[in-house]
Design a protein around this ligand. Structure first.
Ligand code: F6R
Length: 614
């Protein structure tokens, strides 16, 4: 949510900032801006709308003035103030000597603004961010060194922030700081960078310092020093990120979402690799630190997550309860954090997050840990705040996910839950050995089965063509596939803006059935197993109300043809593993519908990839 990039060195700065922002576009995209040191002044350029608008403003190649050597850039996802040019970052102080970019929310900005206005500062935007620029300017009166002025200003801020600051009177220093919002420093040769995420700087350096909360960096072209907010030096490790810049290209696909959907067979292999070695050997989840003794004491498992990750969590609950018989509660992180935290030393709290930076989930994990719970984090980002604060870690190895709509990370999260549930069953000896072997054999088969689905895309595209004009869409399922129905609905509404809802199929007649008529498609996930007949009869009830019926099934039952207007076939699979296969056609269905409607698939309106504010 919002992207920050900054550079200090001897290269032309604007192309570096624009390139960095283009790699962060997935974090927010309602306005963008840069501030650079140019001709002895701080010049800012801002534009409302997508990054292209800023590029147009800066000239066709975004080259600007080649003499610039320090600058900051920002891509915004509006929180305070509409997405206008005035509210776009960077924001400057009254004297226009200080420019700042900010990601997060300053909770006490109203009080600070009032105080600063009384002291004569004039605000031009509606943002909380502008307050920081004025506060620094005010503090310069008593702390003439810009670094000290920034450091003292930070002590007055409440809320979450990652910031980058440049100052006209000292263009040899770039200042960055963070509290509850991610920020990294990229280390180059006689040049250094800041970014709110690795993609912003990956093309230039793989060496990074991850700032922790309440740390401030003094960055020069040839030197980086990190301090706490009291001014004490902190020794930090320079880490090498394991990605190649090619991970950020579409590789010939029209959209990142389509590319990422196609990566899923490899992602599954990757998530399984080194953990599932053979079906007759125990799983190796080396960073999960739960022992037989600690598991014996467990009386509560809670899974907390948001959005798509919450759907993975719902499937996780089903699996853990089924395999080890311990009750599991799932809760949206944003709900978990505003009530009494009932966790204890005998609780296991599992946080699920692609980014590892979702503010609500971070807060929820911290609250649970404060009550003594063991925090296990399932994430795609081992370099994230959540991963670094976790007691146990289960990385999902999905690779960088650029498309705002999560696809491959969801599948990888599901795989992580299969691994975890089987692993816990092994430790607790909760399942017969032959069942565990059978489950592991099934896991090995998954990538190939997903490849079969990806090879049959034409049918799914045909289904999308037939139903893309629907105004409402209903997804129904039961049991372990219910989260897949919710996820299918979420994918569709996110990228096509069609009103899509997922229901447990048995709930249809308790209200939603009233909506049904012949304009509404109802997609039923109908996998042979425990609930097949039940979902079928719920589908017949919908059919009787004239709904357009779509089946997603592996069944060859001829009777289905009399109930369903469209049948999407997938490979046969044990019901408990079927969510991996049922999810993929739903991702493709959403993708093709959005494509037919001409929507911006990778950057849907109003959304941001990483939700770093509560
Ligand atoms: C949907 C989507 C979001 C995220 C949610 C949580 O496609 O991507 O719903 O799942 O914002 O994000 P993470 O998983 O990064 O915590």
């Amino acid at each position: 949510m919002c992207g920050i990039v900054g550079y200090i060195g001897s290269k032309s700065v604007i192309p570096i900032l624009i390139n960095g922002l283009s790699k962060l576009e997935y974090r927010g995209y309602d306005s963008a801006g840069v501030a650079v040191y140019k001709g002895g002044e701080i010049e800012t350029y801002k534009a409302q709308g997508k990054l292209q608008k800023l590029k147009d403003l800066l000239g066709t190649n975004g080259n600007g003035d080649n003499a610039n050597k320090i600058g900051i850039g920002h891509i915004r996802w509006a929180t305070h103030g509409a997405p206008t040019e005035i509210n776009a970052h960077p924001h400057v102080s009254c004297c226009k000597k200080i420019a700042i970019v900010h990601n997060g929310i300053i909770e006490n900005f109203k009080e600070l603004k009032e105080e600063l206005t009384k002291k004569g500062h004039v605000f031009v935007s509606q943002t909380d961010t502008e307050t920081i620029a004025h506060l620094i300017e005010e503090n310069l009166k008593t702390h003439p060194d810009i670094f000290d002025a920034v450091r003292h200003s930070l002590k007055k801020l409440e809320g979450a922030y990652a910031i980058g600051v440049v100052y006209k009177d000292n263009p040899d220093i770039l200042i960055a700081a963070r509290k509850n919002a991610p920020l990294i420093v990229g280390i180059g040769e006689n040049e250094n960078y800041i970014g709110s995420d690795v993609p912003a700087i990956l093309e230039y350096t793989k060496n990074v310092i991850y700032l922790d909360d309440s740390e401030i960096a003094e960055i020069k072209a040839d030197d980086v020093k990190i301090y706490d907010f009291d001014g004490n030096v902190i020794k930090k490790k320079i880490e090498c990120v394991p990605w190649e810049p090619v991970a950020l290209s579409k590789m010939g696909y029209k959209h990142f979402m389509l590319k990422e959907i196609h990566e899923q067979p490899d992602v599954i292999r990757q998530t399984l690799s080194e953990r599932l070695i053979s079906s007759d050997l125990p799983l190796q989840l080396n960073e999960v630190k739960l022992t037989k003794e600690s598991l014996k004491k467990l009386n509560r498992i809670q899974i907390i997550a948001c959005g798509t990750s919450l759907h993975a969590a719902m499937a996780g609950k089903y699996l853990i309860e089924e395999f080890i018989g311990i009750p599991v509660d799932i809760e949206a992180s944003s709900e978990y954090i505003y009530k009494r935290t009932i966790s204890s030393a005998n609780s296991l709290v599992i946080g699920v997050s692609q980014s590892g930076e979702t503010a609500d989930t971070i807060t929820a994990i911290r609250q649970a840990k404060a009550e003594g719970a063991h925090a296990l984090v399932i994430t795609n980002r081992v370099d994230s705040t959540m991963a670094r604060e976790a007691d146990s870690l289960l990385p999902i190895n999905a690779g960088i996910e650029v498309s705002v709509a999560a696809t491959k990370s969801y599948t990888a999260q599901l795989i992580a839950f299969y691994l975890l549930a089987i692993y816990l069953a092994e430790i607790k000896e909760a399942l017969p050995a032959k069942d565990i072997i059978k489950f592991k054999e099934q896991l090995f088969k998954l990538p190939q089965q997903v490849e079969i689905i990806l090879g049959n895309k034409t049918e799914i595209k045909r289904c999308a063509r037939k139903f893309h004009n629907a105004k409402d869409f209903i997804f129904i399922a039961r049991g372990i596939n219910f989260p897949a129905a919710l996820e299918g609905a979420l994918k569709l509404k996110e990228i096509s803006y069609i009103n899509a809802t997922g229901y447990p199929a048995g709930e249809l007649k308790h209200g939603p059935i009233a909506m049904l008529e012949d304009t509404i498609p109802v997609l039923a996930i109908l996998m042979p197993g425990l609930v097949y007949e039940k979902v079928l009869s719920n589908s017949e009830e919908a059919k009787a109300r004239d709904a357009k019926m779509i089946a997603l099934t592996s069944s060859n039952d001829k009777h289905l043809e009399s109930v369903f207007d469209f049948i999407i076939k997938i490979p046969d699979i044990d019901e408990i593993f079927s969510p991996i296969l049922t999810t993929i056609p739903l991702q493709l269905l959403a993708y093709y519908i959005a494509e037919f409607l001409g929507k911006d698939v990778d950057q849907p309106r109003n959304l941001a990839k990483s939700v770093t504010v509560e």
